[in-house]
Every structure is written in structure tokens, then in C-alpha cells.
Design a binder for this molecule. Structure first.
Ligand SMILES: [Zn+2]
Length: 117
């Protein structure tokens, strides 16, 4: 099953992240603020290798079998995986290279969403 997000859903989700983060880059001390200066960065990037890795981790550690589309929708697009950043600091928020940090975040997100499953 392919789960497509509408343009509206994407815009809504972006607006919620910006509002939560007060339209400011979350890098400590960075003053970048406002539309044009900031964007929504993923802590765990939306790549098929990350999605496959998370899917396998959920199988091994949680014993749950999610499709890649569910991993994308529920983990990659989760608010805890998104942060407001300027372009310069985008890489700072990326934790995809650190598997321990990455799976700690996956577990937090899983705990957050499992109530609604
Ligand atoms: Zn910044």
C-alpha cells in the first residue's frame, strides 16, 4: 500500500513544526528566523536505507511488522523526527549516521504512536 500525503497535509505538518519551534532555527545560538530563512529538517532522513533499517529494528526489537510506508508515515514524518533549522545547520540535526541515537529516537517515537495503533 502506498501512503501518499497531500500537499495540504505536508503544509500543515510543516506549519505545526514551525509553530512548535517558534519559527526559529533550533541550533543553539542561531538567530535564523522566519520563512525563507528556515526549513523543516529530518533528524532521521527519508531514505530507503533508513526506512529498511528501522523496519528491521522494529521486527527485531519490538516484534512488530510494519510496511515501509508505515515506517515513513509514522516514524520519518513524526513531529519528534522533525526540527526547524536554517540551511547552514541542517546537518547538525541529522542523526542518521549514529545508529544508537537513531534507534533511541525510533523507540521514543514508537512509544508515542503505539497508543494510536
Ligand atoms: Zn541555524
Amino acid at each position: 500500500m502506498v501512503v501518499l500525503r497531500s500537499r495540504f497535509e505536508i503544509a500543515e505538518s510543516k506549519r505545526r513544526i514551525f509553530t512548535r519551534d517558534l519559527y526559529r532555527c533550533q541550533y543553539p545560538g542561531c538567530r535564523a528566523t522566519g520563512e525563507g530563512q528556515i526549513e523543516v529538517a529530518h533528524r532521521i532522513a527519508q531514505t530507503s536505507s533508513n526506512e529498511k533499517d528501522i523496519r528491521q529494528w522494529l521486527r527485531d526489537e519490538i516484534g512488530t511488522d510494519w510496511t515501509l510506508a508505515m515506517v515513513r508515515k509514522k516514524i520519518i514524518h513524526h513531529r519528534l523526527n522533525m526540527v526547524t533549522s536554517c540551511r547552514r545547520h541542517n546537518d547538525y540535526f541529522n542523526i542518521g549516521f549514529n545508529r544508537l541515537k537513531m534507534m533511541e529516537l525510533v523507540r521514543r517515537i514508537y512509544d508515542d504512536v503505539k497508543e494510536g495503533l
